[in-house]
Design a protein around this ligand. Structure first.
Ligand code: TZP
Ligand code: MG
Length: 220
């Protein structure tokens, strides 16, 4: 997938669904299909935690989820695992501050892949731009139980300090985001919301994605 530019990236971030097998209460394939029906705009495969799949099992699940994304023209992003992203010709990767640097990842992936970086302050946001990131993930905005080793909860503070400094890069909020607070995250200044639990644990992921999509639309 070749990206037209920043405006398109901002639109892709709208309802950004992230998950791996450990996050799902039912078959991840079904969860993803439902989430796409509900209107997610981007998908990240994040296979992490004690229950996570490894090796061939991980690759097979990634391929199945990527096939679904391709069928529906939803970009497929891989969390952390650059080798897997290259092997599958994924649409991009998302990396944290402790992973390989975004500039190295950019050199390995080339210019037409989407690269996202988690940024927790103004300095990390500036560095992400220097390194060639397409967007930053900022959070946790609200308390989350999905990731235990997070930075402190930020609310609107980090997004707003980035915007106050006129740092120009697409921003997606993450952490504890639900249909109820998604509109606020957009009003803080984010281009979109990324969620794990709000969709993967919903009794009806399609409905949950739909509600998130309308909250994001109203927030804009
Ligand atoms: N990074 C910061 S918070 C978080 C990650 C991966 C977890 C988000 O999960 P949830 O379930 O949407 O709060
Ligand atoms: Mg990481």
């Amino acid at each position: 997938m070749v990206y037209a530019g920043e405006k398109e990236v901002r639109e892709l971030l709208g309802v950004y669904f992230i998950m791996g097998s450990a996050n799902c209460l039912k078959n991840p394939i079904e969860v993803l299909e439902d989430a796409i029906k509900g209107g997610i705009t981007l998908f990240q495969f994040r296979e992490k935690g004690a229950e996570a799949l490894h090796g061939d099992e991980k690759k097979e699940l990634a391929k199945s989820l990527q096939d679904i994304c391709r069928k529906h023209h939803i970009p497929f992003i891989v969390n952390d695992d650059i080798e897997l992203a290259i092997e599958l010709d994924a649409d991009g990767v998302h990396i944290g501050q402790d992973d390989e640097s975004a500039s190295k990842v950019r050199r390995r992936l080339g210019s037409n892949k989407l690269i996202g970086v988690s940024a927790h302050n103004v300095a990390q946001a500036k560095q992400a731009i220097i390194d060639g990131a397409d967007y930053i993930g900022v959070g946790p905005i609200y308390p989350t139980v999905t990731k235990l080793d997070t930075e402190p909860v930020q609310g609107s503070t980090v997004i707003q300090s980035i915007l106050r400094e006129n740092i120009h890069i697409p921003i997606v909020g993450i952490g504890g985001i639900t249909e109820k607070n998604a509109g606020d995250v957009i009003r803080f200044g984010a281009d979109g919301v990324s969620v794990i639990t709000a969709i993967s644990h919903a009794p009806f992921p399609e409905k949950a994605a739909k509600k998130l999509a309308s909250a994001v639309k109203i927030g804009h």
